[in-house]
Ligand binder design. Structure first.
Ligand code: SF4
Length: 688
């Protein structure tokens, strides 16, 4: 590190990248510049940090690319504006659209990278000043299926156990659709440590991911076949009498309906659907069911399908079948993606839920929030972000406020997203950088980064942890929640908070599961895990102990349905998308660290060596990839990580953006896109 310790101060905070929630110290020099990051002994990371936390968690804060003044588009070009001009335009345009077309013509996408407090105030602004429930966050694109699927079956849409609990003293781990080493690297290390201590690791993933090197059993099913695979495991467990009948009888309902469906899913049938060895299904079922302590850990390989919610409900089915819920070393554990995507959902950035998953569809809940916020609220559920974009094209949504999201890069079928943004009458983007989406805005408002504010993030294990202001904000930018307060106030709903701690106090007063949370208690280095209902409640490391949040656990009868677009003669490859170790999501933050770009600065496509030989493609060659939605150019990574006739691309790059290709089809329940399966063709561009 190039700094002298005696000239610096350390500020304890939470990593701004993935949902692991690693604690780190930002090293700040006398010139108000962050010069380093060091690991701290947090409950989720135990002095570990990955390459993103160590090197890419702070350089972007002082990047010369930061937007430092409001910008208003005039005659197709952005011009610098004062805050007064920008606020006046934003409030007057949204008010005009609301008066002309009604509040439901307005929508807001909140920021899963920002704090709980910012997210709470954002949804409050949309619900009060806009008079709309069209508010969502990027969980819609990654784990909305977990929120809906786990809430439906268990009663609470969140990880059941803690990271430490599922990686310490366990007998087996069933890892499904999670490339943990790259997406949640510090959890990946803890899984490897669990294996060193004797846990048997079962890896189920269409790709030969890093953790397969440590697995007792590796299964590579065809992408999009999770429901069939889990039905196959349950078929074997029931046939061999390995189910926990006592748990089923006492704690669950609808078992017989589920049992009837899985009766058809013999290993042979499932082997054909998933294109795997039937014996592997039997081996995995026995290994998981016979282990005393065995958590299910899963990620986007389960959720990002047109049957994503069914995939998640299958995880609940399997864990309940063997009584592995509500006790240590077990449970159903989704690894949430962004640093605060759990929190953005908890804070009510959802068209279905007020903060704390209190339902918009329940008139008593609406009355409660009307009473608290002193205004009439819209009683109808709103549109998801994946419904807002097509509604903009149909001229049903006229105004959109995007806080820290970049749908041009992140959403499926980019051509469709461009059309939607161009169809809007008015688009506001609140951002740190000029992103691909910000370029479409009418007004850009400069917000501030995690290192310039106080607040909280909630990590994947429901742990609420502090972030602390380390440096003064970029001159010209403003604190995010204060911007929302001013927009709401100018639209006729006065709103102000003196500090983010006061916002948390309001959250605690309205959300029963946050009733005992306040900034003073959060000074404890372990934070607090919700539910934390009152000031005497220490929080809840393991959920569903003794009883499920919904009372009885609900088995679901789930027949397998294939993905919506499968390879054919014209588009012969099945493509999946996912993360890589070095970059994070759109790369808006990580791409501002030079060393990271040297290691991983461009998009690529993984191709199996057999297919590469057939096409005359060598490692590093430029290739053209096309789907029915678009065409991009990228570079070949040739090897055996993917199976023949399958390809894989990461989603971190605007240049060679894989979402030009992905399919905008959605799960019926959570409206999550099917990023994990679409059909593409490949053309070599290098001539040899
Ligand atoms: Fe940050 Fe996630 Fe890496 Fe931890 S594992 S340092 S939270 S990116």
């Amino acid at each position: 590190q190039k700094y002298r310790a005696f000239n610096t101060t350390k500020v304890r905070t939470t990593c701004p990248h993935c949902g692991t929630g690693c604690q780190l110290d930002l090293i700040v020099n006398q010139n108000n510049v962050i010069v380093g990051a060091e690991p701290a002994n947090g409950p989720a990371n135990r002095n570990l940090l990955c390459v993103k936390g160590k090197f890419a968690s702070y350089k972007f804060v002082a990047s010369p690319d930061r937007i430092d003044t409001p910008l208003i588009k005039r005659n197709g070009k952005f011009e610098k504006a004062t805050w007064e001009e920008a606020m006046d335009l934003v409030a007057s345009k949204f008010t005009e659209l609301k008066e002309t077309y009604g509040g439901t013509s307005l929508a807001g996408f909140s920021c899963s990278r920002s704090t709980n407090e910012d997210n709470f105030v954002f949804q409050k602004m949309v619900r009060t000043a806009f008079a709309s429930n069209n508010v969502d966050n990027c969980a819609r694109l990654c784990h909305s299926a977990s929120v809906h699927g786990l809430a439906h079956t268990l009663g609470s849409g969140a990880m059941t156990n803690t990271i430490e609990d599922i990686t310490t003293d366990v007998d087996a781990i069933l890892l499904i659709g999670s490339n943990t080493t790259e997406a949640h690297p510090v959890i990946g290390v803890q899984i490897r440590q669990a294996v060193q201590h004797g846990a048997k690791l079962i890896v189920v993933d269409p790709r030969q991911i890093d953790l397969t090197k440590h697995a007792a059993l590796t299964i590579q099913p065809k992408a999009g076949t999770n429901v069939a695979f889990i039905n196959g495991l349950m078929h074997v467990i029931i046939k061999e009498g390995l189910e926990d009948q006592d748990f089923i009888n006492k704690r669950t309902e609808n078992y017989e309906a589920m049992k009837k469906v899985v009766a058809d899913y013999t290993p042979e049938v499932v082997g054909k659907i998933c294109e795997i060895d039937p014996e592997a299904i039997v081996a995995a079922a026995r290994m998981y069911a016979k282990a005393d302590k065995a958590p299910i850990i899963y990620c986007l390989g389960v959720t990002e399908h047109s049957t994503g919610t069914e995939g998640v409900m299958s995880m609940s089915n399997l864990a309940m079948l063997v009584g592995k819920v509500g006790r240590p070393g077990c449970g159903v554990n989704p690894l949430r993606g962004q640093n605060n995507v759990q929190g953005a959902c908890d804070m009510g950035c959802s068209p279905f839920d007020f903060p704390g998953y209190q339902k918009v569809a329940n008139p008593e809940v609406v009355a409660k929030f009307e009473n608290a916020w002193g205004t009439e609220l819209n009683p109808r559920i709103g549109l998801t972000s994946t419904q807002v974009l097509p509604a903009a094209i149909k001229k049903q949504i006229h105004g959109l406020y995007i806080f820290g999201e970049d749908p041009i890069v992140t959403d499926p079928n980019t051509a469709h997203v461009r059309q939607a943004l161009e169809s809007l009458d008015f688009l506001v983007v609140q951002e740190l950088f000029m992103t691909e989406t910000a370029a479409y805005a009418d007004v850009i408002l400069p917000g501030i980064s995690f290192a310039e504010k106080d607040g909280t993030f909630t990590n994947t294990e429901r742990r609420i942890q502090r972030i602390r202001k380390a440096v003064e904000p970029t001159p010209g930018a403003r604190e995010d929640f204060k911007i929302f307060c001013e927009v709401a106030t100018r639209m006729g709903y006065p709103m102000s908070y003196e500090a983010s701690s006061k916002i948390m106090d309001e959250i605690a007063s309205l959300v029963p599961t946050f009733g005992g949370v306040n900034f003073k208690r959060l000074e404890n280095p372990n934070g607090l895990q919700w539910p934390c209902r009152d000031l005497d409640d220490p929080g809840t490391p393991i959920m569903h102990v003794g009883t499920f949040t919904r009372g009885k656990g609900l088995f679901m009868a789930l027949p397998y349905k294939p993905a919506q677009e499968l390879p054919d003669e014209e588009y012969p490859f099945l493509m999946s998308t996912g993360r890589m170790l070095y970059q994070y999501n759109t790369g808006a933050m990580t791409r501002r660290t030079e060393g990271i770009n040297k290691l991983a600065g461009r998009s690529y496509i993984e191709i199996n060596i057999e297919d590469a030989n057939r096409y005359g493609i060598q490692d590093g060659d430029k290739v053209q990839v096309s789907s029915r939605r678009g065409t991009i150019e990228t570079y070949a990574h040739v090897g055996n990580i993917v199976l023949p006739e399958a390809v894989f691309m990461t989603f971190h790059f605007a240049d060679g953006n894989v979402n030009e290709l992905t399919n905008s089809v959605f799960d019926d329940i959570a409206r999550i896109p099917e990023y994990k399966v679409c059909a593409v063709k490949i053309k070599p561009l290098n001539t040899r």
